[in-house]
Unconditional design. Structure first.
Ligand code: HEM
Length: 147
């Protein structure tokens, strides 16, 4: 169905909760990714020495993933579709790093669990489903640019 105003508000509100403690949440996010896909350690330049939440690159990339998902929610609500800025170069970076479809599922699971932790007792299925819909639409756009 269509992405609703309420879903957009749920994503926006929890994006703020995520951003309020970015280093901590970035650490949770990458720890979850490495639990599911240990080999991803070799893919990210900034994970070579493990999850260091003081590493500005680690924080920057985590912020990007969540920020673009939040942008996707705004676009879905406004236009019913997601257009990614610099899709060709973003696609190329991921191809070059050896990212495959299965990695998008690992990252999705980590993103949803991180949002769950960030929102605490405000978390519910509706909020999680809104993030999932935005992430799926964004992933589809990036995967398309990768192919
Ligand atoms: C790099 C976003 C999914 C692995 C990047 C960059 C962005 C980005 C903005 C920086 C590109 C640049 O340097 O110009 C996203 C978004 C994703 C996503 C929005 C999902 C919706 C994934 C997945 C993987 C992945 C599933 C694999 C687990 C990487 C790696 C880099 C990268 C390894 C290079 C980082 C480095 O070492 O500097 N991504 N990404 N990304 N992404 Fe993603």
């Amino acid at each position: 169905g269509a992405f609703t105003e309420k879903q957009e508000a749920l994503v926006n509100g929890s994006w703020e909760a995520f951003k309020a403690n970015l280093p901590y949440h970035a650490g949770v996010f990458y720890t979850l990714i490495l639990e599911k896909a240990p080999a991803a350690k070799g893919m990210f330049s900034f994970l070579a020495d493990g999850v260091d939440t003081n590493n500005p690159k680690l924080k920057a990339h985590a912020e990007k993933v969540f920020e673009l998902t939040r942008d996707a929610a705004v676009q879905l609500r406004a236009n019913g579709e997601v257009v990614v800025a610099n899709a060709p170069s973003l696609g190329a970076v991921h191809v070059e790093k050896g990212v495959v479809d299965a990695h998008f599922l690992v990252v999705k699971e980590a993103l949803l669990k991180t949002i769950k932790e960030a929102t605490g007792d405000k978390w519910n299925d509706e909020l999680s489903n809104a993030w999932e819909a935005a992430y799926d639409a964004l992933s589809a756009a990036i995967k398309k640019a990768m192919s």
